[in-house]
Design a binder for this molecule. Structure first.
Ligand code: PHB
Length: 390
């Protein structure tokens, strides 16, 4: 009898002993909410391509747990869809982390769900300053528009531009970039003669370009989300002869995005922009990233800033899992992310422990032809730039 009881105790103890490794083997589910169809389809594709590039180089198990990526398509700027997808991912698919977000309206719609459900939320593009304040569980590994805009405003005032006109997309990141440009350019002694905001979807740039040309500024500062709009804008700038009329074009690097630069062609040659990532960034980390990206995803896309943020977001999740021993509890996970330093393909990055936003180098670049291909070639830099919008 005693031996039977002992046997049961041993068996129960044995089960209790084997249980943790079984649990530890459960995959960490990352629900990626992004744009995979419609005019912004490249955003989600680049983000996931970047995440896969990281997994190819570093394996798929961190802190004892394998990671699993589940993608969901918002189809474009669609806050209600993004919200529903986040709710489904959390309640039905039991994801541990939500990530992705190319467009600001989608990130803003999901932020309160991250706060209520206590889910870590890793922003891999959406760049309106305020987003990170909407949930204590948000970390941003991409950029903010004020962060990328401040350097070009300062560069402009030092390079003969005295009177500027601004044209931005009429939503969060555009308004942030306009506000920062006006502030920094004025502080540096410049004058902003007028500002115009264009619709997020399908704007016709011709009337705006004519008005800008007629008011004869030294330069027009632009923020537009990359894709069909940036292509249309560059075409209009060229066709309406703004360059010949002496109106220079300056922008954040969203305008000369690596993903669409080739499609915009020769008119981009010589354009000066400020930005945190270029596929031409000269470092061993970036060379390995660009090479591996092509091995994993093919050569249809050149990795851009969203791919780089997808890679870094995956790196941040992996490093946090290592620190927590695989735990994804929001408070523990965020503690592991706050203050994290990583060597990104773009250069060194830090997650500011106070704001949970990214601190990074912003480069000044010029579009040049290298081996028959257009690239943003970096020639100056501002190190450790925090988001000045906060
Ligand atoms: C955004 O919606 O926050 C956004 C989109 C494209 C960019 C930058 C920001 O290039």
């Amino acid at each position: 009898m005693l031996s039977r009881i002992l046997k049961i105790v041993v068996t129960v103890a044995g089960m209790a002993f084997v249980a943790p490794p079984v649990l530890a083997q459960q995959a960490v589910k990352i629900g990626v909410i992004a744009e995979f169809s419609g005019p912004f389809a490249d955003y989600g594709t680049q983000i996931v391509n970047g995440m896969k590039t990281y997994l190819k180089l570093h394996g798929e198990t961190f802190g004892g747990r394998k990671v699993e990526i589940i993608t969901r398509d918002t189809t474009g700027p669609a806050p209600e869809v993004a919200k529903r997808l986040a709710q489904e991912l959390i309640t039905r698919d039991n994801v541990d982390i939500i990530a992705g977000f190319g467009l600001t309206p989608n990130a803003l719609a999901v932020a309160p769900i991250s706060a209520e459900a206590k889910k870590p939320m890793v922003i891999m593009n959406a760049a309106t300053s305020v987003i990170t304040t909407r949930s204590p569980y948000i970390v941003r590994v991409s950029h903010t528009l004020p962060q990328d805009t401040q350097p070009i405003a300062q560069w402009a005032s030092k390079n003969g531009i005295k009177r500027a006109y601004t044209l931005v997309s009429d939503y969060g990141p555009g308004i942030d970039s306009e506000t920062q440009f006006v502030k920094s350019f004025k502080a540096a002694g410049g004058e902003v003669i007028d500002s115009v905001r264009t619709p997020l979807q399908n704007p016709d740039f011709a009337p705006y370009l004519q008005r800008i040309k007629d008011s004869k500024p030294d330069a027009v500062f632009v923020f537009l989300p990359p894709g069909s709009q940036t292509i249309a804008f560059i075409k209009g700038y060229e066709e309406r002869g703004l360059k010949q009329a002496g109106v220079r074009l300056i922008a954040t690097g969203d305008l000369t995005d690596d993903g669409v630069l080739q499609a915009m062609g020769e008119p981009t040659l010589g354009l000066i922009t400020s930005f945190h990532y270029s596929a031409a960034h000269d470092s061993p980390e970036n060379k390995l990233f660009v090479k591996t990206y092509a091995e994993v995803n093919g050569t249809k896309y050149r990795p851009n800033f969203m791919a780089c943020a997808g890679y870094d977001g995956m790196a941040a999740i992996a490093e946090a899992l290592k620190k927590t021993g695989g735990a994804t509890d929001a408070d523990k996970f965020l503690a592991a992310l706050k203050g994290m330093k990583l060597m990104s393909p773009r250069g060194p990055i830090t997650i500011d422990p106070e704001t949970r936003d990214i601190v990074q180098t912003v480069y000044i670049r010029e579009v040049k032809k290298v081996d028959g291909q257009l690239y943003n070639m970096e020639f100056d830099k501002f190190e450790n730039v925090k988001d000045p919008g906060k």
